[in-house]
Design a protein around this ligand. Structure first.
Ligand code: RUB
Length: 275
């Protein structure tokens, strides 16, 4: 297997995970190969990833020249998201998060770097345990971490002041797709009046949804959940779920901090082809 193939298999098996990391890996892959077939293959690896599709489309005419511009976009956006998001965290607060989002990690790093002392409650995120990556990284930043099994999320969230989560896709209806469990936890946050912020680069917006394309939800292999499960038991391993905009306090992106409806207006202003 060559380097292109190795990157593809790491994306497929979630060794490279999180929408932005997947998009950045695709840039590396396209520096190696960017013919039509390779581009199609890259896009097919994770179906609920408009950031991957947007990035590939942005650079495919000239990956050598445009790849660095895309990376520069992610870097500058990340700084802005961290700056805006860190304002939502104060010393003595407890932050709740689910899965592993580089946008959320950037916010935690920034807030910690500003000298704020806060606690992180996070879920393990079955079946692939991305929550462990979050917990390890946060602990190495000097943040006090309490790690919970997914079904203890209500308990963990009730004690939190703010819920920060990432995004894989944002649709024209203002729905956010993120790791399975996110809408369940947003409903709990709503019940306890805890603000729930989606932290994301605007490249997660899926322009295809403007034309009535329904963002698909990736269904992954049964063996991730239960190896050797009884044949008569169907395993439903959905990677993501849709969060209704009413459950989202605001979307924190490089464009600013806006309710989902206003975020969409800002996206329209920022990307001319959507006007
Ligand atoms: C990861 C996940 C993350 C988003 C955002 O799912 O749901 O919250 O991708 O991540 P998976 P980022 O582990 O299945 O890829 O902020 O890094 O783009």
């Amino acid at each position: 297997m060559d380097e292109f193939g190795r990157i593809c298999s790491k994306i497929r098996n979630v060794e490279i995970q999180g929408a932005e990391n997947v998009a950045k890996a695709a840039i590396r892959a396209m520096m190696i190969r960017s013919d039509g077939k390779s581009v199609k293959k890259l896009i097919s690896l994770r179906p609920t990833e408009p950031c991957l599709r947007n990035t590939v489309n942005f650079i495919k005419e000239d990956p050598e020249r445009l790849g660095p511009l895309a990376l520069d976009h992610f870097e500058k956006s990340g700084e802005k998201i961290a700056e805006y998001g860190a304002k939502k965290i104060g010393s003595g607060m407890t932050v709740f998060t689910h899965c592993h989002s580089s946008s959320v990690m950037g916010i935690l790093r920034k807030a910690r770097g500003e000298g704020k002392r806060f606690e992180l409650h996070n879920t393990e995120t079955r079946p692939l345990f991305q929550g462990r990556k979050t917990a390890k990284e946060a602990a190495s930043m000097g943040i006090k971490v309490k790690h919970y099994v997914d079904s203890a999320a209500r308990f963990a969230l009730k004690k939190a002041d703010v819920f920060l989560f990432g995004a894989d896709a944002i649709t024209i209806e203002g729905k956010v797709l993120n790791k399975i469990g996110t809408e369940l936890f947003c409903g709990i946050a709503d019940k306890y009046d805890i603000p729930a912020y989606c932290c994301t680069d605007s490249w997660k917006f899926d322009p295809k949804t403007v034309f009535g394309f329904r963002e698909p939800i990736e269904r992954r292999g049964a063996e991730e959940v239960w190896k050797g499960h009884p044949k008569k038991v169907e395993i439903v391993n959905l990677a993501f779920e849709r969060v209704e905009p009413q459950l989202i306090t605001a979307i924190i992106s490089e464009l600013g901090v806006y309710s989902p409806g206003v975020f969409l207006q800002e996206v329209r202003k920022a990307y001319r082809f959507l006007r």
